[in-house]
Ligand binder design. Structure first.
Ligand code: G4P
Length: 533
């Protein structure tokens, strides 16, 4: 068992939410508690404004910001905490799904007035598929929102997970005074402060202490005692194993912007959240305590300066110890590589590191060797699983507007696909390139980057597809007949897998009916089938 102490210390997680629920604000408050930043406002809002669909400068700026805030590491209570940022904008949902493969747990932020929103459901589905432990933070309790018990019911019903409150709000809206810590049986009342962590804390350790009445008033104190009784009667006692198995989500209440309930969340998170977990490869299960280093790339970021074509590949260390200037095996390319300047990310600063442990995310400078999903090892030939491609929702054919630049276009589009900006499906005859994305914004990003970084001018022509389904079967005869019948709607993805491009739900279900031995998968990672809810 190697590196046990370093592994036990690490907590690698992602904060996810529907846009505007308060993810950025909460991240910032956690960094404040961790001492990684001194005042709020330091973490830029990593979201693209809903109106900015044609504002390329905005996109460029956002790309810059998201590199800076992609991983935020800080120390707290003896733990080394790595927060992995996820884009809130729904057009970048796939980026978020991939980042979720690199975390060991998740904090889900919910707006107390809006409850469970569209993005929340999708993100939660991915967590459930992967059995990722989830903590829920119900934010904006300083505003009038839904009743806390109602919110808990809504979470259980719409997210299909059991919940267990570990803090409880005292009042709401104008009357919100703070939270009672059910888990640690105590009350800390903070003075609200939007930019700093306040030192004025009042503590009470016994809920029946008459001092509570003096502090919050007779009515709120009585209400709190009554509600805590209901909670104990209705919800099973908190069980950490059930949380770690992804069966129960502990719930915290608070107001991120006012620093209410954030310390309770962070303290309990440090206690209950999982240390780095192992991952499955195509050969075996790898444990963090395995002797040899291994890890996988889950995100690639292009350099902002178009004159420098290098990129940063984000690698999650799964096992062993990564060391600078040491040769590692790039499994897909069957090539030995070493890294002179691997970086870590401390809040907004990047710095060169000498080593990294399981749970850490490091940045590797890359000149085009990496694709999302690549594995590095000390020599063992195995590939990490679980980095899925989901079916895109918008499909367009890429047309070259400048035949003199077709090489540049080819190179540019391949590199953007490696970065995970979009998916590419090649159709025959004619090598037609169908680009698929989850949002419109990506097409603007692609056109803009192809021109600026590769000098290639293109145009997108809408194609009327609604799903890309990866095709598998054991029945060769049926496959041949399927290929003959559906030839015009078949394509090959970046890894040479056969894909069926379906025009409508009806045609998709007809194909499923006509070819019962053929499976049409909606994700490329077939074990992780996303249901079409
Ligand atoms: P996101 O990353 O999930 O998209 O959300 P973000 O943190 O940017 O928060 C969205 C808005 O909600 C922000 O207001 C933020 O100040 C506000 N907010 C966050 N936490 C709380 C809270 O506990 N209570 C209340 N009342 N508001 C909260 P904004 O007007 O969009 O931006 P800003 O000008 O305040 O930064």
């Amino acid at each position: 068992m190697k590196n046990l102490e370093a592994i036990e210390k690490r907590r690698t997680f992602g904060i996810i939410s529907h846009p505007d629920a308060g993810k950025t604000t909460l991240t910032e408050k956690l960094l404040l508690f961790g001492g990684a930043i001194q005042t709020a406002g330091a973490v830029k809002n990593n979201k693209i404004k809903k109106t900015a669909t044609s504002d390329f400068m905005e996109i460029e700026k956002q790309r810059g910001i998201s590199v800076a805030t992609s991983v935020m590491a800080f120390g707290y209570n003896g733990k080394q905490i790595n927060i992995l940022d996820t884009p809130g904008h729904k057009d970048f949902a796939e980026d978020t799904f991939r980042t979720l493969t690199a975390v060991d747990s998740v904090i889900l932020v919910i707006d107390c007035a809006n409850g469970v929103e569209e993005q929340t459901k999708k993100l939660m589905e991915v967590c459930r598929m992967r059995k990722t432990p989830v903590i829920i933070f119900i934010n904006k309790m300083d505003r009038d929102g839904k009743d806390p018990f109602e919110l808990l019911d809504e979470l259980e019903k719409t997210l299909d997970i059991k919940v267990r409150p570990l803090t409880w709000p005292i009042g709401m809206g104008d009357r919100f005074q703070g939270v009672y810590n059910i888990y640690q049986k105590g009350l800390n009342l903070f003075a609200a402060n939007k930019t700093k962590i306040s030192n004025e804390i009042i503590s009470i350790s016994d809920i029946n202490d008459p001092a509570l009445n003096e502090l919050v008033g007779d009515m709120p104190a009585a209400e709190l005692r009554e509600e805590l009784e209901i909670i104990e009667a209705v919800y099973d006692a908190f069980n950490r194993e059930n949380y770690l198995a992804g069966d129960v989500a502990p719930v915290f209440f608070g107001s991120a912007v006012n620093n209410f309930g954030v310390k309770e969340l962070l303290d309990t998170f440090c206690e209950i959240s999982p240390s780095p977990r192992g991952r499955e490869t195509d050969k075996r299960n790898v444990e963090p305590t395995d002797d040899n280093f291994s890890g996988f790339v889950f995100k690639i970021h292009a350099n902002l300066d178009p004159k420098h074509r290098d990129r940063i590949a984000f690698l999650r260390v799964v096992s062993g110890k990564f060391e600078r200037n040491t040769f590692y095996q790039h499994v897909r390319l069957n090539k030995k590589m070493k890294f002179a300047n691997p970086t870590s990310f401390m809040a907004q600063d990047k710095s060169v590191i000498d080593d990294a442990y399981p749970g850490d995310v490091i940045g590797l400078y890359d000149t085009g060797n990496f694709k999302i999903g690549d594995t590095l090892t000390e020599g063992e030939i195995m590939m990490y699983k679980g980095i899925p491609s989901f079916s895109p929702e918008i499909f367009m054919e890429l047309e070259n507007l400048d035949p003199m630049k077709s090489k540049q276009l080819e190179k540019g589009i391949r590199q953007l696909i490696d970065e995970g900006v979009a998916q590419l499906f090649i159709q025959q005859p004619g090598n037609r390139k169908i680009v698929g994305t989850v949002g419109q914004l990506q097409f603007e990003v692609i056109s803009h980057r192809l021109i600026n970084e590769y000098g290639a001018n293109c145009r997108f022509v809408p194609r009327n597809y609604f799903k890309a389904c990866w095709v598998t079967t054991e029945n060769k005869e049926q496959l041949e007949s399927f290929k003959r019948a559906k030839g015009n709607h078949l394509a090959i993805d970046k890894d040479e897998n056969l894909v069926f491009l379906a025009e409508t739900t009806f045609l998709l279900s007809m194909a499923e009916k006509d070819y019962p031995d053929i499976t049409l998968h909606k994700t490329s990672e077939f074990m992780l089938e996303l249901s079409d809810k």
